[in-house]
Design a binder for this molecule. Sequence first.
Ligand code: ADP
Ligand code: MG
Length: 238
Amino acid sequence: MDQGIRIEGLSKRYGEGDTAVEALKEVNMSIAPGEVVGLVGPSGSGKTTLLKCLGAVIEPTRGRMTLGGEVIYDSDAGGWKTRDLRALRRDRIGFIFQAPYLIPFLDVTDNVALLPMLAGRANGASRARALELLQALDVAHRARAQPSELSGGEQQRVSIARALANQPPVILADEPTAPLDSERALAVVRILNQMASQYQTAIIVVTHDEKIIPTFKRIYHIRDGKTVEEAGEGRDIS
Ligand code: ADP
Ligand code: MG
C-alpha cells in the first residue's frame, strides 16, 4: 500500500545516556485511504510521541514514514524529505484535538477557510470549500455564527471541517471524543468514518474511550513504545 499512512521501523529516543527514554521501538503501522484506525494504549505508552513524529512536530530517531504516497521521512536517506515542515503540516495533515480550539474572533466559515487561505488559495474558493465541508458535517446553518455561539458538539464538528479543509491525505485525532457523552462521541466517529470514505482520508484516532473502541475495524495497541495490531469489533454505527 502506497497511499494513506505507512510507518516502518519507527523509533524515537528522548535524551541521551543514562536518562534516555525509548518512547517508540521500531513501530510498524499502515492505514489505507478511507480507513479509520484506533491507536489505544495506557498513559506514557508513546501515543503522543507517535502523532508528533507523524505530524512533523518532532524528529524520529530512526525509521521511515510515508503520507499519501510520499516518503516524508527516512533516517537512511537524510531524514526529512522536505525543508518546509510547516507547509507539510499545513497542507498534508489535518489535526483534531480533544478541544476544538476555534479562533474566537473569526466566524465559523473563516475558521475553516483560514487554512486554505494560508496555503495560498483564493479567499472565495477557500470559503466555498469551507461551506461544502460545513454542509457535509451538518453545521452549514451556523456558518456566520461566532464559535462562542455554538454548542460543544457543533464546535467539534467545525474543528473536523477545519481538519479536512486542505484535503489532507491524513488526519491525526488525539482523544477527539474524551469530553463528549456517548451519543455525541459516536456521532463524531460516524462523521470521521463518513469523511474518510468520502475524501479517501486515512485517519488515526488516539483514544482510550471505551464508548468508541468497539467501532474500529482495526486497532493498534501500544505499550512501552511497541505496537500490536488487532482486529476490532467494527460495530456498525451508521
Ligand atoms: P502517551 O501519549 O501515550 O501518554 P508519550 O508519547 O507522551 O505517551 O510518552 C512516551 C514516553 O516518552 C513516556 O515515558 C514519557 O515520559 C516520555 N516523554 C515524552 N515526551 C518527552 C520529552 N519531551 N522528553 C523526555 N521524555 C519524554
Ligand atoms: Mg499523550
